[in-house]
Design a protein around this ligand. Structure first.
Ligand code: GDP
Ligand code: IMO
Ligand code: MG
Length: 425
């Protein structure tokens, strides 16, 4: 057996949570492999809505186990909040036993969040637009070989290790940013949450996943963020601090590259981005505002308005290449209903040339989008359940994208609910 991977091909918020939930019934294990509570994955079914930050999106199916993999960074306080909310809604994961946590996942400390905020403040206008969840500083400590891991919470000297790292952070806050840290309340909440985490099964993700494969069980890796936010290949430095691509699933779970099966790449019928950084097809006009309004484009984690624009084919082709995408999912097609004309960016005008790839210096040199005009459709898509109800003009848009991207669009999402999903192939 092989691990299938589902990940975002744009700048995040493509609808990963919804589609993982739709696919979960067919999998024995859903595993998050990177990122942390900077993610906000939204699921809707039976009139209920859930936003998950750290917990994988397969928790609503009783026969599916969920793993927070070693590549994830965990804020115990946020994780406890997620667990408490789910419990209040009748989903007690501790009682159900359908969530396990990788021992090698790193811990986000309250002081990591203070460092994140202080660093952003110092950058002023050039700031990344971080979610301020402490992601960057935690991955810095991981690669700097200073980090604390989930497995450490059961050690007798955990508090000493914690204090050592906190002392480093408080002196950094003072010397680099002139800030005196006060986090006593969050520290108490941190240790309270740690006690809850101790009650869950803590596992070696690499053993668990590979044993599942040996036993012939089906595994789906759930990505967070999107390819254009990848630390190596995204619009650096306006990126997150992990590998959001398929390669990240290998390191974030402990799977060998030859154990990767299908790679399901998800994209919106248009494009959004939240935070700073280049966005060639951005619409800073009424059309952009309309997309934001109709698509409810406000961050699931921070509530910030998302920047909106037309679909960007050079960026999508780049993402498909980097991830080895074998199937596509297009979401939010319903949001485009009623637009007389829609547009797709086919190339960029860049330093007097027309190019069809993402240039290295996209953050400092303008890449002006070359747009192709496409006929829009008027029909409301949100109630369609059969393929023959797909409007002809939407079908032409899908056909055009399949020809350009050279990968089939297997699923079409026409609304936020689990049921508003069509299988095209
Ligand atoms: P994720 O981070 O990739 O899981 O995506 P988010 O949950 O942050 O953002 C996607 C938003 O779009 C959520 O509010 C979803 O409920 C919603 N959504 C997902 N698919 C569709 C769709 O096909 N149509 C509409 N209108 N909304 C959708
Ligand atoms: P999901 O999984 C959209 C963006 C932030 C910022 C940059 C760095 O819901 O798609 P960080 O907090 O990682 O230091 O922020 O990355 N960002 C996201 N944008 N969706 C996300 O996750 C994101 N996670 C981080 O807005 O620009
Ligand atoms: Mg999101």
């Amino acid at each position: 057996m092989a691990v299938d991977v589902l990940l975002g091909l744009q700048w995040g918020d493509e609808g990963k949570g919804k589609i993982v939930d739709v696919l979960s019934k067919g999998y024995d294990l859903i595993a998050r492999f990177q990122g942390g509570p900077n993610a906000g994955h939204t699921l809707e079914f039976e009139g209920k809505k859930f936003v998950l930050n750290t917990i994988p999106s397969g928790i609503f199916f009783d026969n599916t186990l969920n793993l927070i993999g070693n590549g994830v960074v965990i804020d115990p306080i946020t994780l406890k909040k997620e667990l408490d909310k789910l419990k209040d809604a009748g989903h007690d994961l501790l009682a159900k036993g359908n969530l396990v946590i990788g021992k090698k996942a790193h811990l986000i400390l309250p002081t990591h969040q203070l460092l994140d905020a202080a660093s952003e403040k110092k950058m002023g206008d050039g700031k990344i637009g971080s979610t301020l969840k402490g992601i960057g500083p935690t991955y810095m400590d991981k690669t700097g070989r200073n980090g604390l891991r989930i497995g450490d919470i059961t050690l007798p000297n955990f508090k000493e290790k914690y204090q050592k790292l906190v002392d480093k952070h408080t002196s950094m806050l003072q010397s680099l940013y002139g800030e005196v840290a006060d986090f006593s309340e969050r520290e108490a909440a941190f240790f309270e949450a740690i006690e809850l985490i101790k009650k869950f099964e803590l596992v070696d993700s690499e053993q668990l996943v590979n044993n599942y494969l040996k036993e012939g069980k089906k595994v789906l890796a759930e990505g967070a963020q999107g390819t254009m936010l990848d630390i190596d290949f995204g619009s650096y430095p306006f990126v997150t601090s992990s590998n959001t691509t398929t390669a990240g699933a290998c390191t974030g779970l402990g799977i060998a590259p030859n154990k990767i099966g299908d790679v399901i790449g998800i994209f919106k019928a248009y494009c959004t981005r939240v935070g700073g950084g280049p966005f060639p097809t951005e619409l800073n006009d009424e059309t952009g505002e309309e997309l934001r309004k109709i698509g409810h484009e406000f961050g699931a984690t921070t509530g910030r308005p998302r920047r909106t624009g037309w679909i960007d084919l050079p960026a999508l082709k780049y993402a498909i290449m980097l991830n080895g995408v074998t199937q596509l999912v297009m979401t939010k097609a319903d949001v485009l209903s009623g637009f007389d004309k829609i547009y797709a960016c086919t190339h960029y005008n860049y330093q007097g040339e027309t190019i069809d790839y993402m240039p290295y210096d996209i953050c400092s040199v303008e890449a002006e989008p070359v747009l192709k005009e496409i006929d829009g459709w008027n029909e409301d898509l949100t109630g369609i359940t059969e393929l023959n109800e797909i409007p002809a003009k939407l079908q032409s848009y899908i056909d055009y994208l399949e020809a350009e991207l050279e990968v089939p669009v297997k699923y079409l999402s026409v609304g936020p609910d689990r049921k508003q999903t069509l299988v095209l192939h």
